[in-house]
Structure formats: structure tokens, C-alpha cells
Design a protein around this ligand. Structure first.
Ligand code: SAH
Length: 358
């Protein structure tokens, strides 16, 4: 059951404590024991659910929004339509159904999915039967084309490092072991350059997070968007600047101890969208916008009414609840936020405003 814990303990005994990012990477993506590599965590029988699994409206509205960006940028052909971490393929299936009527969009697209999980790749193949998707390992493998990209709840699955502030320096939170049990400890003093600006807005004892993998992906996308054109839309939970320990483990829809059962629970951290936007320079970025606000601006209420007209009974109740869940400030409406990265020659997607150039 705990083969991964035994491996981690052996590794720590051999070569010392590991960063939280290394720990998270093994828990999520270890080839034999990783959380994503071994199963399908989405849905009622899994550990969590996501916006596209709650309602088709999410994918429809965001699909049309990306298609509008494509039109606004001169309808380049061919172009790459990409998704990072497509889960069961539901979001992309809804996007493609909604954009069928956009002239030329499907003919010009090359559909590419970045997915690490073999079982989820199989689910995506089923959901996208007929659209000929192509899978790649990472964003560096995307084709060299104008890029229109979506990623929902992808960045939160990428590993983070955590640093605790001392006076004018930091100590990194490291995973060690004691008698075969995984424990959290602190490294010696360190001063990563990426945290220099955080000495301004933190106090001794505060914890901040760095997401090196998210920053590397944003940097690669930023280069592509600036040179080839296109738009990338990220939706996730998080804030403009992270403060505090946001690492969380979820198992069967309930919180769990992140160190207790490596590989058995979903591990995520809140997204620090400022790090993503900074890393993506020279691409432009939008203002960070609450999911509820974005969906309202894209017309979710009108779409919800249209769908409601053909529903009754339990199906109608579920539909009304799903609309509320996606948009209400006390549900997903405020916690989840959207950030677009886009070619600096163009405008942000519908519903999002450009950030002031600093
Ligand atoms: N976007 C989907 C699924 C979110 S779960 C939805 O909204 O329902 C996170 C997804 O990202 C899963 O598909 C997972 O397998 C994938 N993933 C996580 N880390 C990844 C990585 N480093 N590279 C590629 N895919 C990854």
C-alpha cells in the first residue's frame, strides 16, 4: 500500500531531505505509484470534481471565447488548439461542440493535449473520438503554430516549494523522515533571488511558495504567444500573490494529511498568478478575474435559461444548482479565477481586461 512512502524514506535516508516540490512530483506523477499515473481522480467516485464536470456551460462559453480570440487575431490557419491537463476530456468536448458553427475553426485546428496520465489519456481519447487529438508530454512539444490554449485546474497540480521567512533570509520547508515516517523540517538559511521582492511584503515566520514548473511552462508559452500569436486561458484557484501554506491533500472529497499517504491523495497548491504572468513576459496578460464574473460577462445566465427551457424535475434542479456552483461567490465564483496570456499585438479574450503595463 505504501510502496511509494518506503521508496521516499529510503531516498531520504540515502541522500537527505527533499524539497516539497520533489515530494509532490513523486506523489502525483511517479510512473508506478503516482496519483495521476494510476487512476482517474475526477467525479463522484473520485477525490474531487471540476467546473467542466459540473456543467457543459463552462466549456461552451470558454470555447466560444477562445474561438473569438482566433477570429480577432485574423483566423490564422493552421493553428494549434491545445489543452493542458484535460482530465476526462469533458472541457474540450464541450468547447468543440460549441465551436462547430464558427466558420473555418475546426478545419484549421490541430488539436493537441498535454497529459501525463495514461488512464486519463484513454478517457480523453473516448471523449474526443472523431477529433483526432494528438498527445504530447509537455508545452515544449507543442507544434510551432499560433496557439490557442486552455487549462482548467492544471497549474494547481504542479509542484511547489515552500519557504519560511527568517529576518532577512528564508529557510526552505523540506520533507525528511523519522523512524520511517515522513516529517516536515526546515533547511539552513537561503536567499533565492526569486523571493527578493517578497522581503517587502512579508514578516518573519510567513510562508511563501514558488512554483518552478508553473513558471517554466508560462515562460515557454509566453515566448510562443509573443512570436507566433495566440491566447492562453488559465482558470484555477489562487490569487495574484501567494502568502501562507496552501498545500492541500484531498482524498475521497475530504481533506487529508499531505505526508500521510504519498500517491493516494490529490496534492495541490493555490496558484500564484503573479508568478505565472511575470514568467510569461513578453506575452501580455489580462487582469486576474473571478470565475463568476467572467462567466457572467460571457453570458452564462442567458445560456442557463436556454438550457433550462428543455429541462424539468430533477434535471432542472441540478442545472440550476450547477449554474450557482460555478458562479456564486460562496461556491466557485470567487475562489476560482481566470488569467489570460496573449500576444502583445492583440486584445485579451472577451470578458477579460488588459492589465495595465507596469
Ligand atoms: N482540466 C481537467 C482536469 C483537472 S485535474 C478538468 O478541469 O476537469 C489535473 C489534470 O492535469 C489531470 O488531467 C492530470 O493528469 C494532469 N496533469 C497533472 N500534472 C501534469 C503534468 N505535470 N503534465 C501533464 N499533465 C498533468
Amino acid at each position: 500500500m505504501t510502496a511509494l512512502r518506503d521508496q521516499l524514506v529510503a531516498r531520504i535516508v540515502r541522500s537527505g531531505p527533499i524539497t516539497l516540490a520533489d515530494y509532490m512530483a513523486d506523489c502525483l506523477l511517479h510512473p508506478q505509484h503516482g496519483y495521476y499515473t494510476t487512476g482517474d481522480p475526477l467525479g463522484a467516485g473520485g477525490d474531487f470534481t471540476t467546473a467542466p464536470e459540473i456543467s457543459q456551460m463552462f466549456g461552451e462559453l470558454l470555447g466560444l471565447s477562445l474561438a473569438q480570440c482566433w477570429l480577432d487575431q485574423g483566423a490564422p490557419a493552421p493553428f494549434c488548439l491545445a489543452e493542458l491537463g484535460p482530465g476526462r476530456g469533458t472541457l474540450m468536448a464541450d468547447m468543440l461542440r460549441a465551436t462547430r458553427a464558427v466558420p473555418g475553426f475546426h478545419d484549421a485546428m490541430r488539436l493537441v493535449l498535454v497529459e501525463a496520465s495514461p488512464p486519463l489519456r484513454a478517457a480523453q481519447a473516448r471523449a474526443l473520438d472523431g477529433y483526432a487529438p494528438h498527445w504530447v508530454e509537455g508545452v515544449t512539444d507543442l507544434p510551432d503554430l499560433p496557439l490557442f490554449l486552455i487549462a482548467n485546474e492544471f497549474l494547481d497540480a504542479l509542484p511547489v516549494r515552500q519557504f519560511q521567512r527568517a529576518d532577512d533570509h528564508w529557510r526552505e520547508r523540506m520533507v525528511g523522515q523519522q523512524d520511517g515516517t515522513l516529517t516536515l523540517g526546515l533547511s539552513g538559511p537561503t536567499r533565492p533571488a526569486a523571493l527578493d521582492h517578497r522581503l517587502e511584503d512579508t514578516r518573519p515566520g510567513d510562508i511563501v511558495e514558488l512554483a518552478p514548473a508553473a513558471s517554466a511552462i508560462a515562460a515557454e508559452l509566453g515566448q510562443r504567444l509573443a512570436t507566433r500569436g495566440g491566447t492562453a486561458l488559465f482558470v484555477d484557484y489562487g490569487d495574484w500573490r501567494s502568502l501562507g501554506d496552501t498545500l492541500q491533500a484531498l482524498r475521497h472529497h475530504a481533506p487529508a494529511d499531505p505526508l500521510a499517504e504519498p500517491g493516494q491523495a490529490d496534492l495541490t497548491a493555490h496558484v500564484d498568478f503573479e508568478q505565472v504572468a511575470r514568467a510569461a513576459t513578453p506575452a501580455a496578460h489580462s487582469l486576474l478575474t473571478p470565475q463568476g464574473v467572467l462567466l457572467e460577462r460571457l453570458g452564462i445566465t442567458t445560456r442557463a435559461r436556454t438550457l433550462a427551457a428543455s429541462l424539468d424535475g430533477r434535471a432542472l434542479e441540478d442545472h440550476v444548482a450547477a449554474h450557482r456552483r460555478l458562479t456564486h461567490p460562496q461556491e466557485m465564483g470567487t475562489l476560482f479565477k481566470a488569467l489570460a496570456l496573449y500576444s502583445p499585438d492583440h486584445r485579451p479574450p472577451p470578458g477579460l481586461e488588459p492589465a495595465a503595463v507596469s
